[in-house]
Write a protein that binds this ligand. Structure first.
Ligand code: AGP
Length: 604
């Protein structure tokens, strides 16, 4: 998520902009910039890296109006040219944008044909050239026309000599009202120290702000009178969005982040995935030569790889191996150009995964990177890749990044399967239809958070847990156990449910809660018998279920919505994430920064 701030008034404008950008740092960013008007000229200062670097470029100015932006890259690596604000060819307007323009490639092609010169690789830059194209003296009208061409999400400010035109669709924008001064921001944390009087913009509304005040028009061009609201919450609360921890906020962000990971990547005409980062390299020819897929990752990303094995083998019929990156790199792996290597990494900086990538490349394998942080080392060293677009993940325990990784692995399976003709039209339709419903199904699970919290409270003093699942939900058992271990410091093990009888069942007694992933799928009957084995030995069972009939086998039960078996990890993992979170919180652990852990393990 990018951070946006704008100001018009008589105070020290750029210090207000810079302090506002600093308030937005918690959202994560890789570059930043400011735009302001001095002696009727538009001035732009931008930099890759931190706000302190930008500050060094700023000299004394008497400007009365300015905008600022922190960029979390989704399209185009984090370099100065890709930082916002972006300006049109004549340097007349400056735009800062938060969101994703799904149809930017087609718009950019048309604008270039019409003679516009682009200076960045970003999707956002098309906005300011469209405004330039449509401008005929009325900036608000030009912005309206521009927004009617855009498919995607936006929260934006357009700056010209003496006014800001502001609009939003899907990305929040607030207006702050001061004494003869006005603020605009992507969230109130950037401006709350200056004013608590806030006007919330709704989707499609357009505001025009100048030194005399502001006016807001609705989508159908009607003037909108809005009530000024007084903000009562603290800055700390704002950054966490009223959640107690970033991890909880990120768990609840998943319906949105999954939509972002999907946005603009479904080609309904050809019933396939549109993955710009693959289309040049992973064409039909090289794909036809692929005899095996090797997935390399660590931790939660490795669990995503295990889930992806089921998906890729189901839809592409290409054999898939999944390995810990740390193990792969030291076993002189049998790998060559007939193997497609997929590396999965949220941070894009994990040392083991990076070394494994280099080992695979050295042995002639084509490497596809599935990464969240744009421009990270793993992203840059992969031969091709797909960004997960989960936004910055602050909690050390990975949650929304995991489900975004799953989305991308689905899209890659669809992309490959359609290229090598192993996915029929009806299968593709089924995948797409059900993938697009996942966001809503996760919302249903999130609504049951209080029930999950109550179960966590009941078992918060247990010292050991077993997590059990079968098939595509076996990796979920591993992920559930890891989530609990890493944020609550309680021991937990994930196992294929059938493995219980080969030893671990000796552990089972009334003090060993067993978490069963027991959706109604092809393994359901087998899971039921595994649950019976535990029950008859006095074990306590917590079930994640789709059917009421296992109530009498379960001491606790959490229902999840039915979905395709291959999509069930999406709804099941949210229960496991919330359970681990609540246990950790009840035990008063440092949920966002658990002991001994780092967000990115950049050492071996
Ligand atoms: C996940 O909850 C953990 N924090 C950890 O296992 C993480 O998944 C692992 O270190 C890999 O990180 P990466 O995805 O950034 O490569």
């Amino acid at each position: 998520m990018c951070g946006i701030i704008g100001y018009i008034g008589n105070k020290d404008v750029l210090s207000i902009i810079i302090s506002g950008l600093k308030r937005l740092e918690y959202r994560g960013y890789d570059s930043c910039g400011v735009g302001f008007v001095e002696e009727k000229q538009l001035k732009i200062l931008k930099t890759k890296g931190r706000i302190e670097k930008l500050q060094k470029k700023i000299e004394k100015t008497n400007t009365k109006i300015a905008v600022g932006h922190t960029r979390w890259a989704t399209h185009g690596v984090p370099i100065e040219e890709n930082a916002h604000p972006h300006t049109d060819c004549q340097n007349r307007f400056a735009v800062v944008h938060n969101g994703i323009i799904e149809n930017y490639e087609s718009l950019k092609k048309i604008l270039i044909k019409e003679g516009h010169i682009f200076r960045s690789e970003t999707d956002s830059e098309v906005i300011v050239h469209l405004i330039e194209k449509f401008y005929n003296g009325n900036l608000k009208e030009a912005v309206k026309k521009t927004l009617s061409q855009i498919v995607g999400s936006y929260g934006l400010i357009v700056l010209d000599k003496q006014q800001m035109v502001v609009s939003r669709k899907g990305s929040p924008i607030v207006i702050g009202v001061g004494e003869n001064e006005f603020f605009v921001a992507s969230d109130i944390s950037a401006i709350i120290e200056h004013t608590k009087d806030i006007v919330y913009l709704e989707d499609y509304e357009i505001a025009v702000i100048n030194e005399n005040g502001y006016s807001i028009i609705s989508k159908d061009d009607q003037l909108v009178e809005k009530e000024i609201q007084k903000i009562k919450i603290s800055l700390e609360q704002i950054e966490k969005g009223n959640y107690k921890h970033f991890m909880l906020k990120e768990i609840f962000e998943q319906p949105t982040t999954i939509k972002n990971s999907l946005a603009g990547r479904i080609d309904l005409n050809n019933l396939t995935a549109k993955l710009g980062g693959l289309e040049e390299v992973l064409t039909q020819e090289p794909l036809k030569k692929i005899k095996r897929i090797m997935i390399l990752a660590c931790g939660t990303s490795w669990h995503c790889g295990l889930v992806a094995k089921y998906i890729l083998e189901k839809y592409t019929r290409i054999p898939v191996d999944v390995d810990y990156a740390s193990e792969f790199r030291y076993r002189n792996p049998v790998i060559d150009s007939s193997v497609l290597t997929i590396v999965i990494s949220q941070s894009g900086e994990t040392a083991d995964t990076l070394s494994a990538l280099r080992e695979a490349k050295e042995k002639g394998s084509l490497v596809l990177g599935v990464v969240n942080v744009v421009g990270s080392t793993i992203a840059r060293e992969s031969d091709c890749g797909v960004y997960t677009r989960a936004g910055v993940e602050i909690g050390v325990a990975s949650t929304k990044a995991f489900t975004s990784q799953l989305v991308v692995m689905f899209l890659i399976s669809l992309y490959i399967g359609r290229k090598i003709n192993t996915i029929t039209d009806s299968q593709a339709k089924e995948i797409i239809e059900n993938l697009e419903k996942i966001s809503r199904k996760i919302k249903i699970v999130l609504k049951d958070a209080e029930n999950i919290k109550a179960i966590a409270e009941k078992y918060k003093n247990s010292n050991n847990f077993l997590y059990l699942g079968r098939g595509i939900n076996y990796p979920l058992a591993l992920e559930g156990a890891l989530k609990l271990k890493e944020i609550s410091y309680v021991h937990a093990e994930g196992y294929p449910a059938a493995e219980m009888k080969h030893g671990p069942i000796a552990l089972v007694d009334e003090n060993m809660p067993c978490f069963f992933i027991a959706n109604k799928d092809q393994n359901y009957e087998k899971v039921i018998s595994n649950m019976n084995e535990i029950k008859t030995r006095g074990g306590k069972i917590i079930s994640i279920a789709t059917e009421k009939e296992i109530e009498d086998l379960s001491d606790e039960i959490v229902y999840v919505p039915k979905t395709l078996e291959v999509l069930s990890p999406f709804v099941n993992v949210v229960v496991l994430q919330l359970f681990a979170y609540y246990i950790s919180d009840f035990l008063k652990r440092d949920v966002d920064k658990p002991r001994n852990l780092a967000k990115s393990v950049t050492v071996e």
